[in-house]
Design a protein around this ligand. Structure first.
Ligand code: NDP
Ligand SMILES: O=C1O[C@H](COP(=O)(O)O)[C@@H](O)[C@H](O)[C@H]1O
Length: 501
């Protein structure tokens, strides 16, 4: 399948926090990759801004080093050309330094976007200075990162700070899960085919499992993570967005507000789990890893590194269909997927013990993004009517023209900002609604003051999570199997590529 890269118009992108980890690890390398793909025009400029005393060359050296550290495999042949598009201005969000220079540098006749790649406590100061120095107008765009608040109250305060100077149509709240290829493909599969939509409801769907499993621990982010935990770090945003996309009604157009209106309705309809329907876990030491408490240097921490929960969506389409979500760190594999379990056929025609099997549609987010539908067929060959489940597999990388890579989430999202397309960004009311759902769960943990359940690194998390499904007569898809399926698809793809060579 031929890939089409649509170039964007010339832009000035100011990266506040241009010397920080996120800018070096994700933002700048992503723009370089889009530059390599021909999507960044000659008239584009990247303006780094932070307090550090750097000049343009110092900033460019920093980018070179960041590329060495975070992107060792990316083609470097055009890096100097890319660096010529960059410059640096020392700016203090909380003081006067740099603002007049920035005003002179930002052009008024191209797209201007301001990436707030700094802690949220600086959002208000940045917006105020940009306004006071007349650097922004009604066409400017602002990009903000997670965490968007710590709870409903702080999210409302952040929204108010941004909306004092920007209209909602100018604000791009990043949730990098929305930039993942599979997540968008989920919408294509649902809304561009007649096959699934008639079955996409509680009459035919037995339940849905959403798993985001990680092998990493808190990786030097202990300070941030210990004040957040898996509920705030992952469930309130990334997994919530996945629930929205899997469950929302078809929007009348694939455009920002119709899509976000439908997502918002899902969040409003999400039921609060009962206390026994939520499991929190915290990893212990084991399998060569330190414990969570050692990682965050607090031997009394009650913060969860794992959450599993059961919820439902209180509307006509989904009444009674359980949605199970789980996410955790230091689990047995890095594997993320959504699995839609369809109901078994109403009557067993075949004698085979497993004749009333369930079809499962799995949407793999990582690794090896793709979609698999398990269907039941007769086992080929003689020997009677034995049934077997076989996967119909679509691995996205296979569908691409040779040499084309699936863009990473940040690449796609930053280019969407330049195109002025907010479809894959969270609207302020969505974020607030997600906090309104998550806050009572977190408050109930605080009120109870109980400890998360311990689990061993390298496992599937605490055993109570299994009980959560067993109570309903169901079981989790094994995290190892999720990984295995992705591995199988990866191996098939590799074999195809080798055969083509
Ligand atoms: N790192 C990551 O992978 C991710 C980060 N995020 C979020 O992105 C944001 C940035 O994170 P990260 O890059 O890791 O943080 P860092 O601490 O690495 O970087 C912070 C940046 O802000 C700048 N800065 C701090 N104070 C000021 C100021 N007063 N005026 C101007 N610039 C200032 C710093 O530069 P200087 O000291 O030179 O001023 C630095 O460039 C945070 O909100 C984080 O939660 C979200 C997802 C992933
Ligand atoms: O936002 C975050 O996401 C990462 C997981 O992202 P993925 O793309 O690797 O699935 C998580 O590790 C981190 O804690 C969280 O802040």
């Amino acid at each position: 399948m031929a890939s089409r890269t649509i170039p964007v118009d010339p832009f000035d992108l100011v990266i506040f926090g241009g010397t920080g980890d996120l800018a070096r690890r994700k933002v700048i390398p992503s723009i370089y990759r889009r530059f390599l793909a021909g999507q960044v025009p000659d008239g584009a400029r990247l303006i780094g801004a932070a307090r550090s005393d750097l000049d343009d060359d110092g900033f460019r050296d920093m980018i070179r080093e960041a590329m060495d550290e975070f992107e060792p495999d990316t083609d470097r042949s055009r890096l100097d050309e890319f660096l010529a598009l960059t410059c640096y201005i020392p700016v203090d969000a909380r003081g006067d330094m740099g603002w007049e220079t920035l005003k002179k540098v930002v052009r008024g006749d191209v797209i201007s976007a301001f990436y707030f790649s700094v802690g949220p406590s600086l959002f208000g100061d940045l917006a105020e200075h940009l306004h006071a120095h007349e650097i922004i107008d009604g066409t400017s765009r602002v990009i903000v990162e997670k965490p968007f608040g710590h709870d409903l109250e702080s999210a409302k305060a952040l929204n108010a700070q941004l909306r004092a100077y920007f209209e909602e149509r100018q604000i791009y709240r990043i949730d990098h899960y929305l930039g993942k290829e599979t997540v968008q493909n989920l919408m294509a599969v649902r809304f561009a085919n007649v096959l699934f939509e008639p079955l996409w409801n509680s009459n035919y769907v037995d339940h849905i499992q959403i798993t985001v499993a990680e092998t990493i621990g808190v990786e030097g982010r202990g300070g941030y993570y210990d004040a957040s935990g898996a509920m705030r770090d992952m469930i309130q945003n990334h997994l919530m967005q996945l629930v929205c996309l899997i469950a929302m009604e078809p929007p009348n157009r694939f455009e920002a507000d119709p899509v976000r209106d439908e997502k918002l309705k899902v969040i409003h309809a999400l039921t609060q789990p009962e206390p026994h329907q939520v499991v929190r876990g915290q990893y212990e030491a084991g399998n060569g890893h330190a414990s969570y408490r050692e990682d965050v240097e607090d031997d009394r921490s009650r913060t969860e590194s794992y959450v599993a929960l059961r919820t439902t969506i209180d509307n006509w389409r989904w009444a009674g269909t359980p949605i199970y979500m789980r996410t955790g760190k230091r689990l047995s594999a890095k594997a993320s997927e959504i699995a839609v379990y369809f109901k078994a056929p109403p009557h067993a025609v075949f004698e085979d013990e497993g004749a009333r099997r369930q079809n499962v549609l799995t949407i793999r987010l990582q690794p090896n993004e793709g979609i698999t539908l398990d269907v039941t067929i007769k086992e080929p060959g003689p020997g009677g009517m034995r049934l077997a489940d076989v996967p119909l597999d679509m691995t996205f990388a296979e569908a691409l023209e040779e040499g084309t890579e699936v863009p990473e989430a940040y690449e796609r999202l930053i280019m969407d900002v330049m195109r002025g397309n907010q479809t894959l960004f969270m609207r302020g009311d969505e974020v607030e609604a997600a906090w309104a759902w998550a806050d009572p769960i977190i408050a109930s943990w605080t009120a109870r003051g109980d400890m998360p359940k311990p689990y061993e690194p390298g496992t599937a998390g605490p055993s109570d999570a299994d009980t959560l499904l067993r109570r309903d007569g169901r079981h989790w898809r094994s995290i190892g199997d999720i990984r295995k399926d992705a591995g199988r698809a990866e191996a098939e793809l590799k074999a195809m590529q080798e055969a083509a060579e």
